[in-house]
Design a protein around this ligand. Sequence first.
Ligand SMILES: [Zn+2]
Length: 316
Amino acid sequence: MPMNKLQFQRGLSMAEFLEQYGSEEGCETALTLWRWPQGFACPLCGGPSSSSFRRGSRRLWQCARCRHQSSVTSGTVFESTKLPLTSWFLAMHLLTQSKNNVSALELGRHLGVTYKTAWLLKHKVMEVMRLREDSRQLNGRVEIDDAYLGGERFGGKPGRGSENKIPFVAAVQTSADGQPVLACFAPIPFTKEALEKFAAKSLVLPLTLVSDGLGCFKAATAGAVHERIVTGGGKASVKLPQFSAVNTVLSNLKTALSGTYHAFDFAKYAHRYLAEAQYRFNRRFDLRSILRRLLCAAAQTPPCPACAIRAAEACA
Ligand SMILES: [Zn+2]
């Protein structure tokens, strides 16, 4: 799809969003269908029959077999939330429809909640995105390059090996005419071991790997055709047509991330910020369905408690 069609495609308008998900009841009904697409199944015993009733604002289902009571949010990423579902849905709408990233601070203002609440909500949504993208695999012609997150904010030296930067690998699958199609961003060091692991997980044959020949990329080439482009690094490589897709993607990523996040968050939660960017990038052609797909995934994602969210490593 040409760039202009991508930019001018119709998304889900705020009016349409509010019509579908503007009420707690509307959100609950939608979530129930995504949580139990085959009809109710007791989270404890799997029993298919239930009676349902309301307690406060939430509907509860009582299993006819074991009498266990559950709500549509229990056992999902929404579990034990104090926020109404309308806030979750609105957060996910804003996080998927905005052109650039929405910070926790901005999200908090939109939702009328504290920064702390918005931060946790955003990270839980990003974790859903990360889990969805975890099995992403690229093939065909793939441009691969190394990059850094957050370096400039620390006043670090430019280039590879600088202090206080989070290294990551960007791999971009292109179409026959060199347009970026899909991307993988992995917060890994540029070592042979890490790249071998990345390649085994995220790259599949047939594969033509285009890299700048940084020694450790050789590790990622078993069975693949390797187009080694020697660039000498720095600004020169930005202009090479062989890297046009990965450079465009990296440049857009930088624009989207710069100024949105705190440097501390970059360092600790790079895996999640990169996954969010990857999730949005890989679904950019269909802005109208991205929210529904994310909500559907969230309804199937197990709880991710705050302590796991705050752990530096991935919480899976
Ligand atoms: Zn049961």
